[in-house]
Design a protein around this ligand. Structure first.
Ligand code: KMH
Ligand code: ZN
Length: 274
């Protein structure tokens, strides 16, 4: 089987130090968490940034500073900024990090209830706008999908030329308002993408490691990290993203999946070598 690409979503926009004191806010904390994840085996850092007080921001300057801080500690890792940002941000705000010319960025392919009154809005025009910009700037999108219909949307927009094939998907499984996180759900998602696509699986909350194992066995890739889950095991808070990645590496080893380096991840994803 192909080597396993592990993505660490180290920070997110919603989770706070009240949930887990290890959630990184400052540039130093973000760089330290990225380093712990990369040292443990993550090839990709999915990145959100915060102000020092924890407020989510899509500021280009803050992302630039975070890129520098991460690259100083782990020069090889693929940095994949979020264009999702936080619920309620404008499209213009969300797009800021792509003007730093990252190798990859997320492209969220549909609107989703995020619990309570929160709605993560991605209209068709938004997806087209973001997709076109990423093509212009030569950025490989990680097509983030919270439900099967979002895969179908991505396929339609790919056919129209707004997303380049082969697509790389991130199945976010178990969000309040999205698809669940059962084996049947993840098999359905993996069976719904075009031949030649790649995918990673991000299980939310307690589903993180169940979904990781499913993807390890199925030949997909895995995303773990504080953005999606703060626990190492039931009731035990993870002390770092590195711990979550280490556990994923252990699980992969049990099933004979070797771990991709950042260079190998670039090859698998069709990114230019560095
Ligand atoms: N924080 C969510 C509103 C992404 O990174 O592209 C959006 C999100 C998706 O996390
Ligand atoms: Zn994200």
């Amino acid at each position: 089987m192909e080597k396993l690409i592990i993505t660490a979503a180290i920070c997110g926009a919603e989770v706070t130090k009240e949930h887990n004191p290890a959630i990184p806010y400052t540039l130093e904390e973000i760089a330290k968490e990225a380093e712990s994840a990369a040292k443990a085996g993550a090839a990709i850092i999915h990145l959100h940034v915060r102000e020092d007080d924890g407020t989510p921001t899509q500021s280009k300057e803050r992302f630039a500073a975070a890129f520098d801080a991460i690259k100083a500690k782990c020069p090889d890792v693929i940095i994949q900024p979020s264009t999702g940002g936080a619920v309620g941000m404008s499209n213009e705000e969300r797009l800021q990090p792509i003007y730093l010319h990252p190798e990859m960025a997320t492209l969220d392919c549909g609107t989703c209830n995020f619990g309570g009154d929160d709605i993560f809005v991605n209209t068709e025009n938004t997806i087209i706008e973001f997709g076109k910009k990423m093509i212009e700037l030569g950025i490989k999108p990680e097509v983030e999908v919270f439900d099967k219909g979002m895969i179908d949307m991505a396929i339609r927009l790919c056919k129209k030329g707004y997303i380049k094939a082969p697509m790389h998907f991130d199945f976010v499984m178990g969000v309040n308002g999205g698809i669940g996180a059962s084996l049947r759900d993840v098999v359905f998602m993996a069976g719904s993408i075009p031949a030649g696509s790649t995918y990673t699986v991000a299980g939310v909350g307690r589903a993180q490691f169940e979904m990781a194992v499913a993807s390890i066995i199925m030949g997909g890739h895995v995303r773990v990290g504080f953005e999606d889950n703060i626990y190492l095991s039931k009731g035990v808070l993870a002390k770092s993203n590195g711990e979550l990645v280490e556990k994923t590496v252990r699980l992969a080893g049990e099933f004979g999946r070797k771990i991709a380096t950042p260079a190998e991840a670039r090859e698998i994803l069709g990114l230019p070598a560095k």
